[in-house]
Design a protein around this ligand. Sequence first.
Ligand SMILES: [Zn+2]
Length: 480
Amino acid sequence: MAKNKDKVQEITPMSEDFAQWYTDVILKTEMVDYAPVKGFMVIRPYGYAIWENIQSAYDKRFKETGHKNVYFPLLIPESLLQKEAEHVEGFAPEVAWVTHGGHERLAERLCVRPTSETIICSMYSKWLKSWRDLPYLYNQWCSVVRWEKSTRPFLRTSEFLWQEGHTLHETYDEAQAETLQMLDIYREVAEEHMAMPMIVGQKSESEKFAGAFATYTMEALMHDGKALQSGTSHNLGQHFTKAFDITFTGRNGELEHPFHTSWGVSTRLIGGLIMVHGDDNGLVLPPKIAPTQVVVIPIAQHKEGVLDKAYEIKKQLEEEFRVEIDASDEYSPGWKFNQWEMKGVPIRLEIGPRDIEKNQVVVARRDNGEKTTLSMDNLNKSIEELLEDIQQSLYNKALKMRQEKTFVAKNMEEFKEIIHDTPGFIKAMWCGDETCEAKIKEETKATIRCIPFAQEDLGTDECICCGKKSDDMVYFARAY
Ligand SMILES: [Zn+2]
């Protein structure tokens, strides 16, 4: 039994060491493990089930907005990568190369895709003929490799799972509308399914995607006051379509280059989910994303009728929810409570002989620890309402946390004080000059997360760094 007892292990408190808390949570809940190759991760069943729920929520919205899934190869010839100068420069430092096929050296090096613009564009140039073929609305679910020097599971790994949408349009306006539509879908699913409030806006020139005309982003704030870039959508203009000679015959009979977008979210979102909702007892999962929404734990299960009733309730709930029962006789109920709490399951149901007598179940909420009883009559309806309430409460709690960690700075002195004492988002005015941006980054390690669509009047129009008149309020933060 001693060995079993160890299984519910203590998690380092967040306040003591946030990074260690994160590592404890992801390893002890068996979401992920370190792979034999440094910087790579193994996603275990519990982590992968979370990814599948995120994936299906996004995939549904992509399809509802007319996108189709495709698959392009993992390997890209070096000559293709070289075609767009800014792009290759941006990705070169982190590209992994294949140089041999079996024992033979290849005539041309092949890169393991860090992203697929180049290979997709090379195929689009072959396929596209007429304006009637447009728009191209394609998406692929795959993994990409970016050889990173310092890695953390989910947040930054040398290989990660993601989706990449790649679309072509007849006009600039259509491409811009697509770019913003996809950002909005990213935000909507993150907020409604993952209960993660997002700040949406545009990236500064220095933070935009290599080769993009404009990059838009959604940014979330973690418990430790650091920001997480959680999804980006790029208006690529005609950079790639010109470099790859993608043309179509326009309405007037002339050859034209289409306008291009790309957009992606990745397993990074799981890291965000953990760091927005988690607590000292482990994961806290929003019901819509949780692999298990309800766990049923029989109490005094050796007593007559208890297990039968517990299974009966499980069966009844399974018609609508993702349900598990923990009826192993190896562990005490207390051990099981801790275990499922650590795994972040939104609702725990306890059923013992006295509950059966009273036609009730005991219900414990993971988000706030509240314990109540519910009648077994109309239990599905009660659970449905409870799950909805938990989903909303988690969003509200995360929003409140973000608001409490969002500050305004009117000068550098204030800025440095906030970054040092109370890390979080800092709203400040910025003149648009890259020199100011770089100086702030060097002195404080804070970067411009975005120029938000929702601009606010901070009562000053002076750049936080140089004092020049500024039009833009921006969000700064230290970021993952
Ligand atoms: Zn300035």
